[in-house]
Design a protein around this ligand. Structure first.
Ligand code: FES
Ligand SMILES: [Fe+2]
Length: 385
């Protein structure tokens, strides 16, 4: 039976153990209610900021994250900090002034701020003009370094105990690795960027490269998904034989792919259960219409970084630019014509549907101060890709 879906309708994920169980759903999605597509962020979350090697002792970097100007720095002792990059005096970016490894100095009137964001000196004050400088502050953000990547927390947590876990990569625990990070900007809201990141149906159409695969190689697939953390894991399986890359590597490998809020996809390639290659893709909103994508490749094989870097930079950038081209086409339509999106279809679009369920539940759980309950149930999904 052929079923058509009206735009704005989405489907609910249904366990598809047997092909005969599969029924298209015409249930109108409630995902847009209270959580408009392409407008909100996942709150109270860690967001990827920078690869660690971009920030040496005594250095600062400025970035816009979730619509906020942020200055991230590493003091002379190696301790990280992240501050709102706005001088509370007259709104000049603190990152435009010097940092001596201890304090930032605003370039306008020379006010100084320590790495917690508190003012320590106002040079224009005469010796008898006393002010309580502690009350003059710019906001600070929790910041963490995990697997040689720097993450910044955006949310309401007031103590360390309230902070969620950084979406790190347990598959690399205890392993010695090298890494390469490629950064690229997508011209879309993070919701669209996540939808594309976890969508498998676009792969044979968008990622056409002689070294990857062609649209002709489309095959049917069945994968089992289980809820895990703030997302899901596609249970370990042998990697796709479509691609030349995987054909060359052989049949002794396993791959495990997972997703975590707010927009983090992890993929491990293992040999005899040990990770030798991992890819972590993170999405961080710059603002409502731009998202930064960072793809970090970790490898535990003895391949020197100076040899791996140019190869990874070429292949990863080529691959991601294919996504960027599509995102630009999509954004041109969204900006100009503002269609009410988005339709997801079973089963290929089910992860996109899950993303919204997860985000909605996470935002509700954190604002109600209750434990997050993962809304995903173990499910088999079938699709052609
Ligand atoms: S604006 Fe920063 S010191 Fe005046
Ligand atoms: Fe893609």
């Amino acid at each position: 039976m052929q079923t058509t879906f009206a735009p704005n309708q989405t489907t609910s994920p249904v366990n598809t153990d047997k092909a005969s169980d599969w029924k298209p759903s015409d249930v109108e999605s409630d995902l847009e209610k209270g959580q408009p597509y392409g407008k909100t962020y996942t709150k109270n979350m860690w967001y990827y900021a920078l690869p660690s090697d971009k920030l040496k002792k005594g250095e600062i970097e400025s970035k816009v994250m979730l619509g906020e100007p942020i200055v991230i720095g590493r003091d002379n002792e190696g301790k990280l900090f992240a501050l709102r990059d706005i001088c509370p005096h007259q709104a000049v970016p603190l990152s435009a002034g010097p940092f001596d490894g201890k304090e930032l100095m605003c370039p306008f009137h020379g006010w100084k701020f320590d790495t917690s964001g508190t003012c320590t000196e106002i040079p224009s004050l005469c010796s008898d003009q006393k002010m309580n400088l502690c009350k003059i502050r710019t906001a600070n953000y929790p910041v963490k370094e995990v697997l040689d990547s720097i993450w910044v927390y955006f949310g309401d947590a007031v103590s360390e105990a309230d902070l969620p876990e950084v979406p790190y990569a347990p598959g690399l625990d205890g392993l010695k690795y090298q890494k390469n990070t490629v950064t690229l900007q997508l011209p879309t809201h993070i919701d669209y960027a996540v939808a594309a990141l976890i969508d498998t149906a676009h792969v044979p159409y968008v990622h056409k490269s002689w070294w990857w695969r062609s649209a002709k190689s489309v095959k049917e697939k069945t994968k089992t998904y289980v809820p895990s953390g703030t997302g899901w894991t596609m249970v370990k399986h042998q990697p796709s034989k479509h691609s030349l890359a995987f054909k060359l590597i052989g049949k002794y490998l396993e791959t495990e792919i997972s997703f975590r809020l707010p927009g983090c996809r992890r993929e491990y390639l293992t040999f005899n259960g040990t990770t030798f290659l991992a890819g972590i893709t993170t999405l961080t909103p710059v603002d409502e219409t731009h998202t930064e994508l960072n793809h970090t490749t970790y490898w535990t094989l003895p391949i020197p970084k100076f040899l791996a870097d140019p190869v990874l930079n070429y292949f990863v950038t080529t691959f991601l630019k294919q996504d960027q081209t599509l995102a630009l086409l999509q954004e041109n339509i969204i900006n100009k014509y503002k269609p009410r999106l988005i339709m997801t279809i079973k089963d290929a679009g089910t992860p996109g549907h899950w993303y919204f369920l997860l985000k909605k539940e996470w935002n509700a759980a954190t604002s109600e101060k209750r434990p997050f309950v993962n809304p995903i149930k173990e499910t088999k999904l079938r699709w052609k890709t």
